[in-house]
Design a binder for this molecule. Structure first.
Ligand code: CAA
Ligand code: NAD
Length: 284
């Protein structure tokens, strides 16, 4: 049974994963190379748990206990000592993940499961950088993690049944519904979602409609909870671009080519909510 985890990366996804693990009683080692990101991550967890307290979904005491289960680290090698599973949530760049998994493999005890929250990168290729490919798996949470019910569980070519079952069980313990899929670029979630977001950016670039109009058409017309451009801002435009690059490169099909306007926004540092500006503005 998994009762302690290391969450590597305390950004948009990492702090959400740490939040749900601590809320469900697990010990959490939250690690980020940036102390500022750790401070911001903890403040976000505090704020999101406070929403739950205000809605009577958690008592103040439960909130304090959950926060007390989170310890912070700046060194992944130190953070994986004494845990049963590590889940990685660092930026969507293959070379960063390969290097980190090499470190985690060297430093964590041999029985520790190494999971990745990657949105699109091959689990098989990440696993090949370790000496325990049977214990490497995709554990793909959705944003915002405390709200979204899905965990997409991705088996690499060598992932074994015991690892898959442990991660499916852990997802249920966290109140999520796990769905198992195979290892192909973007898995199911982003193979289907990202072309829609990319097409919305093309529609904006080509002047088909303004930002608000595109989002409103998809919200009111398709009953999506938020429009595709607002969703891209929630995900992070850098993350969307990185996912599209993986789909384009790995599937070799031009229908996944990232829209030049998306590239331009990322180049300008307009990354969406996390930078205060994307297709929409988040100054407040
Ligand atoms: N953390 C914790 N709770 C949050 C939250 C957050 N960041 N944001 C919203 N909530 C909670 C609110 O407290 C509220 O809770 P209750 O229903 O219990 O009252 C609930 O979520 C709804 O929030 P709001 O009423 O404030 O706002 P909303 O109704 O507009 O919902 C939303 C916000 C949940 C984000 C909704 O707009 C939504 O579902 N959007 C789509 C999200 C989505 O598609 N996510 C997947 C992204 S793709 C991905 O994650 C994979 C990838 O690899 C890129
Ligand atoms: P983010 O940019 O918000 O956060 C990444 C964090 O990782 C940063 O705080 C950064 O300082 C830290 N970091 C970088 N290198 C590190 C290292 N070597 N060790 C420890 N920390 C390090 O990114 P995010 O949106 O949280 O995405 C993280 C992962 O989750 C990506 O693989 C992404 O594709 C995936 N994902 C994102 C979403 C989303 O909606 N944003 C949804 C599902 C999955």
């Amino acid at each position: 049974m998994i009762d302690s985890v290391a969450v590597i990366g305390g950004g948009t996804m990492g702090n959400g994963i740490a939040h749900v693990c601590a809320q469900r009683g697990l010990g959490v080692h939250m690690v980020d190379i940036s102390s500022e990101a750790l401070e911001k991550g903890l403040a976000t967890i505090d704020r999101n748990m406070e929403r739950q307290v205000k809605k009577d979904r958690m008592s103040s005491q439960e909130k304090e206990e959950a926060l007390g289960r989170i310890r912070t680290f700046t060194d992944p090698a130190e953070a994986v000592q004494g845990v049963h599973l590590a889940v990685e949530a660092i930026p969507e760049r293959a070379e960063l993940k390969y290097e980190l998994f090499g470190t985690l493999d060297r430093e964590a005890a041999p029985e520790v499961i190494l999971a990745s929250n990657t949105s699109s990168i091959s689990i098989t290729e990440i696993a090949a950088r370790t000496s325990r490919p049977e214990k490497v798996i995709g554990m793909h949470f959705m944003n915002p993690v405390p709200v979204m019910k899905l965990v997409e569980v991705i088996r690499g070519l060598a992932t074994d049944d015991a690892t898959t079952e442990t991660v499916m069980e852990l997802s249920r313990t966290l109140g999520k519904t796990p769905v198992e899929v195979n290892d192909y670029p973007g898995f199911v979630s982003n193979r289907v979602l990202m072309p829609m977001i990319n097409e919305a950016v093309f529609a904006l670039m080509e002047g088909v409609a303004e930002v608000e109009a595109i989002d409103t058409v998809m919200k009111l017309g398709m009953n999506h909870p938020m429009g595709p451009l607002a969703l891209a801002d929630l995900i992070g435009l850098d993350t969307c671009l990185n996912i599209l690059e993986v789909l384009h490169r790995e599937l070799g099909d031009d229908r996944y080519r990232p829209c030049p306007l998306l590239r331009k926004y990322v180049a300008a540092g307009w990354l969406g909510r996390k930078s205060g500006r994307g297709f929409h503005s988040y100054q407040d």
